[in-house]
Design a protein around this ligand. Structure first.
Ligand SMILES: [Zn+2]
Length: 324
């Protein structure tokens, strides 16, 4: 992969990823994302994903002045791939899921067998791909993923499905036809913040991605095994990109696996930042108008997809077996 320097040692704490938030200036040598996945074809025209919902209020078309300076407006920036066939799109989604699980493992978002990321199948729209129950995030390959139908039955793969994964994700996918992927895990900072029963405040540029664009599920009734509970969680998510599940953890969604995974990563870090800031003092909130404008820059579907790309590049170089 040309022009990409990948640090050798990966550290979760202390800025191991060192993502610059001040894109597009950071995009000095854009990488063609089509190089990242062998056999991947970006020349196809049609997109097989569900149509974008008008519900996605936070990501509805933004005024031009809000888009100025966003990464999508910079020249030569890679764009999300399009696919000629559903089979190609399915393979891509599965590979991105495997990459997201490997990343979640590196960020230490795993907690035993808890946590799941799902991707809607591009043809069977009421089916989703998910991690096998009991397999470590850090070992998941694309071929390990299982396909689950709307009744919770495993229709592809030889592993069981986590009951909570079905109860929550089936309802989120059903309620949000615009959502391709959903991520949930019991990350330490996410669940610590979730115990406060509060929404995140716009105290940093990054946290503005979630400004007036995340919900709060202000209830806890034990492990979620009932789809009726998943339905209530989907309602708390509403039209947003994320929800805080009180006493439980975070839930994020996206039009791509890459986007949903990135929102989870940056939301956990925003929880961490607010916990640190409030422990130290009284953080200054960004004013309403500026928080909205910043959300238009860092909180779009494209921004979510693009922020994932450097992490993906590094993961594909470090652990190429995830594609198998
Ligand atoms: Zn959970």
């Amino acid at each position: 992969m040309r022009g990409v320097e990948v640090e050798k040692d990966f550290e979760v704490e202390g800025g191991g990823f060192n993502l610059s938030q001040d894109f597009p200036q950071a995009v000095a040598a854009p990488v063609d994302s089509t190089e990242m996945v062998p056999g991947f074809n970006s020349s196809g025209a049609s997109h097989f994903g569900p149509k974008r919902s008008k519900l996605a209020a936070s990501t509805s078309p933004l005024p031009e002045d809000e888009m100025a300076g966003s990464p999508a407006s910079a020249p030569n920036v890679p764009q999300p791939p399009k696919f000629a066939t559903a089979a190609e799109e399915r393979l891509h989604r599965k590979r991105m899921l495997a990459a997201a699980f490997r990343l979640f493992s590196r960020f230490e978002f795993d907690e035993g067998v808890a946590g799941h990321i799902t991707a809607r199948d591009p043809e069977r729209l009421d089916h989703f791909w998910v991690n096998p129950f009991g397999m470590h995030f850090g070992q998941i390959r694309a071929s390990d993923l299982i396909l689950v139908n709307h009744r919770g039955q495993v229709v592809e793969g030889n592993h069981p499905v986590n009951g909570a994964a079905f109860a929550i994700h089936s309802q989120v996918h059903a309620a949000r036809p615009d959502v391709v992927a959903a991520a949930h895990a019991h990350s330490v900072f996410g669940k610590s913040w979730a115990s406060l029963g509060r929404l995140l405040d716009p105290i940093t540029q990054d946290a503005c991605a979630f400004f007036e664009d995340h919900g709060l599920f202000a209830d806890f009734t034990g492990v979620v095994y009932e789809t009726s509970e998943g339905e209530r969680i989907a309602k708390a998510l509403g039209p947003h990109k994320a929800a805080i599940l009180r006493n439980h953890g975070l839930l994020t969604v996206g039009e791509t696996v890459e986007e949903a995974a990135w929102w989870f990563i940056t939301m956990d870090r925003s929880c961490h930042a607010q916990l640190l800031a409030e422990a130290a003092g009284d953080p200054v909130k960004i004013d309403h108008a500026q928080a909205i404008a910043t959300r238009g820059q860092v909180g779009t579907h494209f921004a979510g997809w693009f922020q994932f790309q450097p992490l993906l590049t590094r993961m594909l170089r470090d652990e190429p077996d995830l594609l198998d």
